[in-house]
Design a binder for this molecule. Structure first.
Ligand code: THU
Length: 133
């Protein structure tokens, strides 16, 4: 499946979204681009708030946009920051909820892209299967 993903295009979509980051407090701008199973792309940027805990990460903005539009099957997400920072724990958990086998591309401003997976980022995870039905 990886072979069919246009990684450059996905990273570019994340970079475009990153230009719209609202990060006046951390000054850390993040962009994300989420690829659905059927090839659509949903983007996100981090959106901060003067009440700091209300801010939301770029990855979750992208995922929630997609889910709210009726998409739940995802094959990959690209995340780009200045320094190639890895997705936070909360984002990893939300990725796991919808796409435990998703590929994650982590990019930086220099053009370097690292490939990993949700399973690698969140081993021994907690999920829906752990809850009683
Ligand atoms: N941030 C993200 O958007 N994604 C991550 O995975 C890590 C952190 C944002 C949240 C906040 O706006 C800024 O980066 C600094 O933490």
């Amino acid at each position: 499946m990886t072979e069919n993903i246009d990684v450059d295009a996905l990273v570019q979509a994340a970079a475009d979204a990153r230009t719209r980051a609202y990060a006046p407090y951390s000054h850390y701008h993040v962009g994300a681009a989420l690829l659905t199973a059927d090839g659509q792309v949903f983007t996100g940027c981090n959106v901060e708030n003067a009440v700091y805990p209300l801010g939301l990460c770029a990855e979750r903005v992208a995922i929630f946009k997609a889910v709210s539009e009726g998409y739940r099957d995802f094959q990959a997400i690209a995340v780009i920051t200045s320094n190639g920072g890895s997705p936070c724990g909360s984002c990893r958990q939300v990725m796991h909820e919808f796409a435990p086998e998703m590929i994650v591309f982590i990019a930086d401003e220099s053009g370097a892209v690292r490939r990993t997976t949700v399973a690698e980022l969140l081993p021994d995870s907690f999920g829906a299967d752990d809850l009683p039905r």
